[in-house]
Design a protein around this ligand. Structure first.
Ligand code: GDP
Ligand code: MG
Length: 470
């Protein structure tokens, strides 16, 4: 009697302890997803959620250990904790890719930060957790934010004068100069030292904004600041956004002048837009994936690819956690794993995926070495969140050609197409092939079985969160 009483109590206690332990062992990870607009953030998050919530098995995700080891129990979307950030429109995105009727289409693009929380329930496989708490839950907060915002990072360290020097000199480059003429001539007519004329400043700022937008659309150049001019969101029309770089900022700036206002707005932008983003969001991220549309950059040419490379390296320099790092002192970021993914690898044949990964690797190589030294893990991969093509072997003149089959974006005919081989390292201008590169974009494939296909999304998952699911 007394023995069974003791046993009972013991079991109760054990139960309680398990529950407490269980709670204690639930983990939270903030995974940030970024990349320039069009790099595939929406598609990536949609695919991530779809594969985890309804295609989560070892056949579909063999390189994701929790799947291969059959320890995944179930994943579902749960209410997010951040109440001020819009929720990622998962159902909307999915129904565009898997419509009940009609043709599938890529989800509409979003330009704001948004978030979604997943609860991943799994069986622990080791040690303490495995023994006491057979089931654990990983709460994964996925945060989607425009890469354009990240590009404002260097502004935190630049005075208005520094910023002008850099940005104005960029406008003198051949790639930008012609497009910049309307802005530059309006600027030439603006008397910077006369007393402020807000509507005039707004007009010139609008020309500068148009310039940034057209550079982005037509050239895919990446060094475009301020980033919020490209994605104003709720700041649309705010005076805070109405500034632009000028040539030769004098040391003495007359109070109340046009120039004084530009400087004031620049400072306000840095303080009230750039800084809060890092304080409220960025420094709380645990893991970061940066999606890079390498193939589109190759399509644009050497200049665009080199600029993307410079931008990535500038970014990485800011991730540098060395003691002396300005960034570290200011924000103490948490990110301990960083993944650069060359996305949309379904646009090329499987035999070239390696080249694509090597190319991205050669872009991040120098800076990544510094980061690794500081204990940040950094990796590059070629992947595709949502496969829009199928491989096709074609024999031509006795030769096997690895082609892809799909429906080019905006067209009605399906094509079998032999994509070019991407270079496996950053080529300089002289090495660039005369005919350039042409990689096609495709519409999403119809999926009668309601299952999305991916390329190496399981590797990506393993790298980003695999260690949290052991
Ligand atoms: N083939 C292919 N195309 C993709 C993939 N991900 C994105 N895309 C294409 O890139 C476009 C932009 O993607 P989106 O996710 O909206 O980019 P975001 O602006 O970064 O959110 C899509 O409309 C697709 O055309 C992918 O995995 N494979
Ligand atoms: Mg998006």
């Amino acid at each position: 009697m007394s023995q069974s009483f003791a046993k009972n109590t013991f079991n109760k206690l054990k139960n309680k302890a398990e529950k407490a332990l269980h709670r204690g062992l639930d983990q939270h990870v903030k995974l940030a997803v970024t990349g320039l607009s069009g790099s595939g953030k929406t598609a990536f998050i949609t695919a991530l959620v779809k594969h985890l919530t309804s295609q989560a098995d070892d056949k579909n995700l063999p390189f994701f250990n929790v799947m291969r080891e059959k320890r995944h129990i179930a994943t579902k979307v749960v209410p997010q904790q951040a109440l001020t950030i819009p929720t990622f429109a998962y159902n909307q995105a999915l129904s565009s890719l898997l419509p009940l009727e009609g043709e599938p289409a890529w989800p509409a693009s979003t330009e704001r930060i948004n978030t979604l929380r997943l609860a991943i329930k799994y069986q622990s496989n080791s040690g303490l957790r495995g023994h006491f708490a057979p089931q654990s839950t990983l709460y994964l907060d996925i945060i989607d934010y425009p890469g354009e915002w990240l590009l404002d990072l260097p502004m935190l360290e630049q005075s208005f004068t520094d910023w002008c020097e850099l940005q104005y000199s960029l406008l003198m480059q051949t790639a930008r100069n012609e497009k910049a003429q309307p802005f530059l001539s309006a600027l030439a007519e603006l008397d910077l030292s006369s007393s402020v004329d807000e509507s005039l400043l707004a007009e010139v700022a609008a020309l500068y904004q148009q310039l940034l937008i057209s550079l982005k659309q037509d050239t895919k150049l990446a060094m475009l600041q301020p980033g919020r001019m490209l994605m104003p969101g709720e700041l649309k029309g705010a005076p805070l956004l109405q500034f632009f770089p000028v040539a030769n900022v004098p040391e003495e700036i007359a109070e109340g002048s046009n120039l004084a206002h530009l400087k004031k707005r620049y400072k306000a932008y840095v303080k009230e837009v750039v800084k809060p983003f890092y304080e409220q969001h960025f420094r709380h991220f645990d893991r970061q994936i940066v999606l890079v549309d390498v193939l589109s950059a190759l399509n644009e040419g050497a200049e665009t690819l080199h600029e993307q490379s410079r931008v990535i390296n500038q970014l990485l320099a800011h991730f540098n956690y060395g003691e002396a790092s300005f960034f570290k002192r200011l924000f103490k970021p948490n990110i301990d794993k960083l993944l650069f993914a060359a996305n949309k690898s379904d646009h090329i044949s499987a035999q070239y995926h390696k080249d694509l990964a090597l190319l991205l690797d050669s872009i991040v190589h120098d800076q990544s070495n510094h980061l690794k030294f500081e204990g940040v893990q950094i990796e590059t991969m070629a992947m595709s969140s949502i496969c829009a093509t199928e491989p096709r072997q074609v024999v031509e003149k006795g030769q096997q050609l690895a082609c892809i089959y799909g429906k080019p974006l905006g067209e009605h005919e399906w094509v079998t197409y032999l994509p070019p081989q991407p270079p496996s390292r950053l080529l300089n201008k002289h090495e660039w092939p005369a005919q350039g590169f042409e990689f096609l974009s495709f519409s999403p494939l119809p999926c009668p079985d309601k299952r999305l296909k991916h390329i190496r999304l399981d590797h990506v998952m393993q790298y980003l969160i695999g260690d949290k699911l052991t």
